[in-house]
Design a protein around this ligand. Structure first.
Ligand code: NAP
Ligand code: MG
Length: 456
């Protein structure tokens, strides 16, 4: 394997930058730096750690446009989406800057005395992240891990490492001490695997495919390493006939074609109640045909290319079978990994397109009879990440949202992720939660100290 890595721009297929590629030795050096930096970072006064995280947030905020353009070019996402993601990165650091001074414990009455609990940092934490929301997903891990007093080694996806590398420079300029954040760019099966096996790494926070997540959990077992996993999805968008069907249909494409469908929360199974299917498809068709697919740096672009030739091949394989394409949106010709937004209908609910995660702009419209049928179909998957319920009946909305086995549901909305609320999966979509107050639990160990107060 070459020790240089060429980063490609998915919209042009042209090289964007060539950087050194790390191997096991570089991972070991990064872990050693993180381990050496840990005691001082852990022992920093909570207010001082908070102030440094606020400095990082401000420094990122002042480079907002630079980071957004870099992300848009490297990941092939629309500049307007990239700006939103970098905005979320800044917000995530601001949010967790509040955590060091609120790392509360408990006092619990115990026989003969009292017990106290403390949330202690773990030590060196390994972060392994995917290419679809590169810096945003890294920030969901970096900010709570650092706030809790850990040091980190981040391994971004080889396809999209540029914003992570820039982040490390910005964080250092903002005053984060040497060794607290380390970024290693190299192949997952070498550098990621080494992090998972390294005896000095106490935890792995991973976002990516269910297949790799499963192998990480298995490898981590050897050192009883803590693991949190944010994995794939095949989420359902459930539209009842008593909903504002037109509003649901106008919103539906963005719940699956955002980021060209390369979104773990993509509502790729659109379940529509009998009686509403024709109206739904008519509005959906206008919306999908009118999508603006093209140059990520054009302000009006709504969807960019796929990340790579390999991804396009994998997505295209779902159209190879005997599927019925009901709606096809636009896509540019020429260089770039373009793929037109595509709606399949009718679809056999047991088919590959309806059951496997496509991770590209293909969605299935599947009719259902009644509430029980909708819940059965929505839950007929190995995954459980997100989902939506559209209806004007409030009690039914809550009942169905509660019945769907997934971590993040929205009612009359397709929203999935907020900095202030927990995010994560049920079933094979993973375990652990990111964001919100809950993420901190996954970057700390709970310690109990008993104090005897009774005189004997
Ligand atoms: P992936 O192949 O699982 O890779 C994710 C990360 O793991 C990359 O940094 C990759 O490195 C690394 N990796 C690969 N093999 C590894 C190994 N054996 N040990 C340790 N690390 C390893 O996923 P992807 O192709 O980047 O992303 C697409 C998938 O991620 C989809 O299935 C999607 O659903 C899922 N995803 C889930 C969420 C969520 O929050 N639940 C968010 C985004 C994406 P290299 O690629 O550099 O080799
Ligand atoms: Mg992969």
């Amino acid at each position: 394997m070459s020790d240089m890595l060429t980063i490609v721009e998915p919209a042009t297929e042209r090289p964007l930058r060539t950087i050194p590629r790390a191997g096991v030795a570089e991972v070991d050096e990064a872990v050693a730096r993180a381990k050496a930096a840990w005691p001082a970072w852990r022992d920093l006064a909570p207010g001082a750690r908070a102030a440094l995280l606020r400095e990082v947030a401000e420094a990122l905020g002042s480079r907002h446009e630079e980071l957004a353009v870099l992300e848009a070019r490297n990941a092939g996402k629309p500049i307007t989406s990239a700006r939103g993601e970098i905005g979320m990165v800044v917000e995530t650091f601001r949010y967790y800057a509040g955590a060091p001074e609120r790392n509360l414990g408990e006092t619990i009455p115990a026989a003969g005395g009292v017990a106290l609990t403390f949330r202690e940092p773990l030590g060196v934490v390994g972060l392994v992240t995917p290419w679809n929301f590169p810096l945003a997903i890294a920030a969901w891990k970096l900010a709570p891990a650092l706030a809790a007093g850990n040091t980190v080694v981040l391994k971004p996806a080889e396809l999209t490492p540029l914003t992570a590398l820039r982040f490390a420079e910005i964080a250092a300029e903002a005053g984060l001490p040497e060794g607290v954040v380390n970024v290693v760019v190299g192949p997952g099966r070498i550098c990621g695997q080494r992090l998972v096996e390294h005896p000095d790494v106490r935890k792995i926070a991973f976002t990516g495919s269910t297949e790799v997540g499963s192998s990480i959990a298995a490898s981590a077992a050897a050192t009883i390493k803590r693991v949190t996993l944010e994995l794939g999805g095949k989420s359902a968008n459930v539209v009842f006939a008593d909903a504002d069907v037109a509003a649901a249909a106008r919103a539906a494409p963005w719940a699956v074609f955002d980021n060209a469908g390369q979104d773990c929360c993509a509502r790729a199974r659109i379940l529509v109640q009998d009686g509403a299917v024709d109206e739904f498809l008519a509005v959906l068709e206008d919306e999908v045909r009118g999508m603006r697919v093209g140059d990520p740096l054009d302000e009006s672009t709504q969807m960019g290319p796929l990340i790579s030739a390999g991804q396009r091949e994998s997505v295209a394989s779902f159209l190879a079978d005997d599927v019925s394409v009901a709606i096809r949106g636009p896509a540019p010709a020429g260089p770039g990994y373009w793929f037109a937004p595509t709606i399949l209908h009718p679809v056999d609910p047991g088919s590959r397109a309806a059951t496997e995660e496509i991770f590209g702009p293909i969605a299935c419209v599947i009719p259902f009879r009644d509430e029980a049928d909708a819940i059965r179909l929505a839950n007929d998957t190995i995954y459980g990440l997100s989902g939506s319920v559209w209806t004007r009946d409030g009690a039914k909305a809550l009942r169905v949202a509660r019945a769907i086995e997934a971590g993040n549901l929205a009612i009359n909305s397709n929203s999935s992720v907020r900095v202030s609320t927990p995010f994560g999966g049920f079933k094979q979509s993973g375990y652990g939660r990111e964001l919100g107050p809950h993420a901190l639990e996954h970057y700390t160990e709970l310690k109990t100290i008993y104090i005897r107060t009774q005189e004997s």
